[in-house]
Design a protein around this ligand. Structure first.
Ligand code: KG4
Ligand code: ZN
Length: 362
C-alpha cells in the first residue's frame, strides 16, 4: 500500500487538489484557475479569489479523488497549504482539509507553499520531461542528495535557499523590493500586455531586441568566496528595472496609452527580461560556488520562463533542474510531495491549525 496524500492548495488564485503516492507519483492533479476572473482587474482581487475558491473547492477535491480512482479509505493523510498567501484564500483550503480530516479521522499536515515549489522537483516527471532533468531527479531520489541550492521565483517571492536536508532551509538571500514575478506583472501592465505578465512579457520579447535598452545588472562580484548568509552577494532588487521600464514608456509618449503606438513594447520587454534573468543567474551562480552544492533547483511560476531556463542550463548544465511546465505555477501535486516528506518526518497538525499569511521557510 502506498503512502497516499490528498493535497489541497488555495493560497492565491488557483483552486487545486491532487492525490500523490509516496511523495512522488501523481495519481491526479486538478487545477481550477481563476486567471480569467482576475484578468479584468489586471491582478488578483483577494475578495473575488476567496469567493471563487469557495465555489470551486468541493468539485475540485471530488475530481482529484475521482481522477485518481482513490477511495477515502486509501488515504494516509491530508496536506494543505497553510501559508504564505492571501488569508481569505488560504482559509478555504485549510477548512476543507480540516473537514475531511475530522470526517475521516485522518492526520492533517500544514505545508508551506514555498516548500511545495521546492518539492515539485521530487515528483516523477511525465514521459515528455526534458532529459536534462534526469540527472538531478536521480540525485534527489538517491541516498544523499544534499546540500542543494534552491531558487524560488514566484509572484510573491524571490529567494535563494540552501537546503541541507529534508525540511531544513537556510535563507541565503531574497529580494529587497519587488518579487521577480511581481516585476514581470507590473512591467506587463505598464506595457499594456495583460495578465499574468510573465508569459505576456516572454511572448512580446520573442520579437524584441534585448540589447536596445540597458537595464541594471547586479554589481560585479568582488570574487571573494563568502559563506555569510543574507549578505548583499545574494540579494536581489527588481524595482530599478520596473522604474526604468516606466521611464522608457514615458519617454515614448506616456503611460496613459494615448500614444501607445510609439512605445517600443517588444524591445522594452526583451531588454527587461534579459536583465532580470541575468540577475537570477548571477546571484544563483555566486551562491552555488560558495556553498559547493550538488545541484540547483529552480521553482515557482517564473521558472516557466524560457530564457531563464536557457541561461541556467548554459551556466549549470545538467546540475540545474526545472519542474515540468505544468508544475511550475501553483498546483496541489507539489503540496502533496512536500506533505509526504513532512508526514514521514512525523509532522502533524491538529484541527486548531490556523493559516499563516506571511509564513517563512524553515
Ligand atoms: O508560483 P506562482 O504560480 O504563484 C505564486 O506563488 O506567486 O507564480 C506566479 C508568477 C506570476 O508573477 C507570473 O507572471 C509568473 O509567475 N510567470 C512567469 C512565467 N509564467 C508565469 N514569469 C516569467 N515567465 C513566464 N513564462
Ligand atoms: Zn506559488
Amino acid at each position: 500500500m502506498p503512502t497516499r496524500i490528498l493535497a489541497i492548495e488555495t493560497s492565491c488564485d488557483e483552486t487545486a487538489a491532487a492525490v500523490i503516492d509516496d511523495g512522488r507519483y501523481i495519481r491526479s492533479n486538478v487545477v481550477a484557475s481563476q486567471t480569467d476572473l482576475h484578468r479584468r482587474y489586471g491582478g488578483v482581487f483577494p475578495e473575488m479569489a476567496s469567493r471563487a475558491h469557495i465555489e470551486a473547492i468541493a468539485p475540485v477535491i471530488d475530481s482529484a479523488m475521482a481522477d485518481a480512482q482513490a477511495s477515502w479509505d486509501s488515504l494516509s493523510a491530508v496536506a494543505v497549504t497553510k501559508g504564505p498567501g492571501l488569508p481569505g484564500s488560504l482559509v478555504v483550503g485549510v477548512n476543507a482539509a480540516k473537514g475531511i480530516c475530522l470526517a475521516r479521522d485522518l492526520p492533517l499536515i500544514g505545508v508551506n507553499h514555498l516548500e511545495g515549489h521546492i518539492y515539485s522537483h521530487w515528483l516523477e516527471p511525465s514521459t515528455n520531461a526534458a532529459p536534462e532533468a534526469s540527472f538531478v531527479h536521480r540525485l534527489l531520489h538517491s541516498a544523499s542528495p544534499f546540500p542543494l541550492l534552491v531558487l524560488i521565483v514566484s509572484g510573491g517571492h524571490t529567494e535563494l535557499v540552501l537546503m541541507r536536508d529534508h525540511g531544513q532551509y537556510q535563507l541565503l538571500g531574497h529580494t529587497v523590493d519587488d518579487a521577480v514575478g511581481e516585476a514581470f506583472d507590473k512591467v506587463a501592465r505598464l506595457l499594456d500586455l495583460g495578465y499574468p505578465g510573465g508569459p505576456a512579457i516572454q511572448k512580446a520579447a520573442q520579437t524584441g531586441n534585448p540589447q536596445r535598452f540597458k537595464f541594471s545588472r547586479p554589481r560585479v562580484s568582488l570574487g571573494a568566496k563568502t559563506v555569510r548568509a543574507t549578505s548583499d552577494e545574494y540579494m536581489f532588487s527588481f524595482s530599478g528595472a520596473k522604474t526604468h521600464a516606466l521611464r522608457l514608456v514615458q519617454d515614448h509618449g506616456g503611460a496613459d496609452g494615448r500614444h501607445a503606438a510609439h512605445i517600443p513594447v517588444n524591445d522594452i520587454a526583451a531588454s527587461f527580461q534579459d536583465a532580470v534573468t541575468d540577475w537570477l543567474v548571477e546571484k544563483t551562480a555566486r551562491a552555488a560556488d560558495a556553498f559547493d552544492v550538488k545541484a540547483v533547483l529552480v521553482g515557482g511560476g517564473v521558472s516557466a520562463n524560457k530564457l531563464l531556463r536557457e541561461k541556467m542550463a548554459a551556466r549549470f548544465g545538467t546540475a540545474v533542474s526545472f519542474p515540468p511546465m505544468a508544475l511550475c505555477t501553483d498546483n496541489a501535486a507539489m503540496i502533496g510531495a512536500a506533505g509526504y516528506y513532512a508526514f514521514m518526518r512525523g509532522v502533524r497538525d491538529d484541527l486548531t491549525m490556523d493559516v499563516v499569511p506571511d509564513l517563512k521557510l524553515g
